[in-house]
Ligand binder design. Structure first.
Ligand SMILES: NC(=O)c1ccc[n+]([C@@H]2O[C@H](COP(=O)([O-])OP(=O)(O)OC[C@H]3O[C@@H](n4cnc5c(N)ncnc54)[C@H](OP(=O)(O)O)[C@@H]3O)[C@@H](O)[C@H]2O)c1
Length: 233
């Protein structure tokens, strides 16, 4: 069975990806959350060996992460949905939180490197959820600390790509726009993508052969006003 680690699995996108993978018997999803009890509450049928507690705001030294991730060998993919501040709270992210933002980033880098060491012979794929808040091509570019965090994730992908490739792996940054669960959108609301479609995109990335390199995927609703303002390539 194909082992996939999903972080931030107790809510929204992480949860939807986890639910989709659980439905497919060819996958063995390992789900992590800041509080494993909350993951358990959402997925009561899952055995406790498939649930991990990972709080990226607290220091996670390399031996801790390596120990955890290497237990999952051979790991085929990581879907990193846990995020420093959600898009909904980005406007209230206090600038003084730079330190915890950097801790989150450092832990993410250590997770990426540890996961690459846990890939099997077939290699693996690491998928980092980004945001258009960090995309200088859009009007929302660089939105406070949240934008800095996502922009740093994007740079991280570029910097570690070769390192991951040496382990037969690929790292993919998903440049995500707003999405919402079905039913939350008002009639005719085209400003957000349906959660189900974003989930499909992520699951399709998981299913791609790791040797198929996909560095970055843009995924945001087509907005004629914004498109008109995109910088020329
Ligand atoms: N929603 C959007 O419209 C949108 C748009 C662009 C990009 N994104 C990105 O897509 C990803 C998924 O978004 P979402 O809407 O599903 O997010 P969400 O509903 O806010 O869920 C975030 C997940 O991350 C976990 N988390 C938060 N802080 C954590 C920490 N310190 N350590 C470990 N886990 C932590 C949360 O766990 P707790 O329940 O414990 O807090 C939760 O499971 C995120 O990376 C987000 O930035 C989302």
């Amino acid at each position: 069975m194909t082992r996939v680690l999903v972080t931030g699995a107790n809510r929204t996108l992480g949860r939807a990806v986890a639910e989709r993978l659980i439905q497919d018997p060819s996958y063995h999803p390992i789900l992590s959350g800041r509080d494993p009890a909350r993951v358990h509450a959402v997925f009561p049928g899952l055995d406790s060996a498939s649930i991990e507690g990972l709080d990226f705001s607290k220091a996670l030294p390399t031996p801790v992460l390596k120990g955890l991730v290497c237990r999952l060998k051979p790991l085929a993919a990581v879907v990193h949905c846990a995020s420093y501040y959600g898009p909904g709270s980005l406007l209230i992210a206090p600038e003084t939180d730079l330190e915890s933002c950097l801790t989150f980033l450092g832990n993410t880098l250590r997770l990426v490197r540890s996961a690459a060491e846990a890939f099997g012979e077939e290699g693996g794929r690491i998928i980092l959820m980004g945001s258009v808040a960090a995309d200088p091509r859009t009007l929302t570019g660089r939105h406070g600390l949240y934008g800095f965090f996502k922009g740093s994730l994007r740079e991280m992908c570029r910097h570690v790509a070769k390192e991951i490739a040496r382990r037969q792996g690929t790292i993919t940054y998903v440049n995500l726009g707003s999405f919402q669960a079905e039913g939350e959108a008002g009639p005719g609301d085209r400003s957000r993508l349906p959660l189900g479609e974003v989930t499909s995109l992520v699951c399709n990335l998981v299913a791609l052969p790791p040797r198929m390199r996909v560095d970055e995927v843009d995924c945001f609703p087509l907005d004629p006003f914004r498109e008109a303002h995109l910088a020329d390539p």
